[in-house]
Design a protein around this ligand. Structure first.
Ligand SMILES: [Zn+2]
Length: 342
């Protein structure tokens, strides 16, 4: 748009009726989603937007959350199980906690609590991954939208591939340690923009990926065989052939876990062994992961890194996360496991 036209458009905003403002807001939100989705979605990669359009699934899942919760209701405030039924509101059973006297339903304390209508969940789950539209759509601030995003990501956090098979590539990459968003409890004075980024500690991240697009990843405390083993033990088939850089830790890991190890001396220019063994797939995974984290999110805090690894894992998996699966995971997680991110 020409700058003069744009200025006229801006000037006219103050004279819009409230109805016109609503229309404008809605258009801006949906335009923002399209833009963000275009950036966040590469080819067919999408966590929920398309797959979460099945409203029947969310309705069924609402019922399943309600019935699961009813089996063993727990107070979201004090975690007591000493609760009684307390009438029904908006079609949902309410409970009363005998310990702390609060009343709640199966959704209290979860981000879904604000959404009375399950048919909106698909939209909401999509939005929660895109902060600004999530905030605008749900009338919450960005901080809350961010917290909700991490509540969903926590649900898929431990969904590593069950077993890597066949040719599997293993390599480590590094992310600069970041305390983004953290104001208190910093181990050093807050860094100002422009300070030397090379001084920051590098956090090692391991990715093991087989050629069927199954992935196991993890943030490492160090680069030892034991640390790799902590993440990979039980997750690599003993029939797998693992390709990795010549590195003592990799050799030791192969001994411990018993897989066939194809060693590459990439530092000496050896990139392929026997025509099929290489680590180019996992290296390309690293490159896309870094571009995604650095570009879309402008870097992420180290403490949230596992969540973004999980998100990326889901985006690039052969077996993509569907609406039904995500929402049943949420049900499982919230009904049976405590949240660690609040
Ligand atoms: Zn209570």
């Amino acid at each position: 748009m020409q700058s003069e036209l744009f200025q006229n458009f801006i000037d006219s905003i103050s004279s819009l009726t409230s109805e016109q403002r609503d229309i404008l807001n809605t258009s801006l939100v949906s335009a923002q989603i399209e833009i963000t989705e275009a950036v966040e979605t590469t080819d067919s990669e999408t966590l929920c937007s398309k797959s979460l359009s099945n409203n029947n699934t969310t309705h069924d899942v609402e019922k399943s959350i309600l019935s699961k919760f009813a089996e063993n209701p727990k107070c979201p405030r004090c975690k007591s199980h000493s609760v009684g039924r307390w009438g029904i509101r908006n079609g949902r059973q309410r409970y009363h906690c005998k310990t702390c006297d609060s009343t709640f339903n199966a959704f209290s304390g979860t981000p879904l609590a604000r959404l009375r209508h399950p048919e909106k969940w698909s939209k909401y789950l999509t939005y929660s991954m895109v902060l600004r539209p999530a905030a605008a759509e749900n009338g919450i601030d960005l901080k809350t939208a961010f917290r909700w995003r991490h509540r969903f990501l926590e649900v898929i956090n431990n969904d590593q591939a069950e077993e890597l098979c066949g040719i599997t590539e293993l390599d480590e990459t590094f992310f600069r340690e970041s305390f983004k968003g953290q104001r208190e409890g910093l181990p050093r004075p807050a860094r100002k923009r422009g300070n030397d980024p090379h001084k920051a500690r590098k956090v090692p991240v391991m990715v093991a990926r087989d050629r069927n697009r199954n992935t196991v990843d993890g943030v490492l405390e160090n680069e030892s065989a034991n640390e790799l083993c902590r993440h990979l033990n039980g997750r690599i088939s003993i029939q797998a052939t693992v390709c990795a850089d010549a590195h003592l830790a990799h050799e030791k890991l192969a001994d411990k876990l018993g897989f066939d190890f194809k060693e590459l001396v990439t530092s000496a220019g050896q990139h392929v062994v026997e025509g099929i063994y290489h680590i180019q797939t996992v290296n390309s995974y690293h490159r896309h992961l870094k571009r995604w984290i650095g570009g879309i999110f402008q870097g992420v805090a180290t403490r949230y890194l596992p969540h973004y690894l999980a998100w990326r894992r889901e985006l690039t998996a052969a077996n993509k996360l569907t609406a039904g699966r995500l929402v049943s995971k949420i049900a499982e997680h919230w009904c049976f496991q405590p949240l660690t991110v609040t």
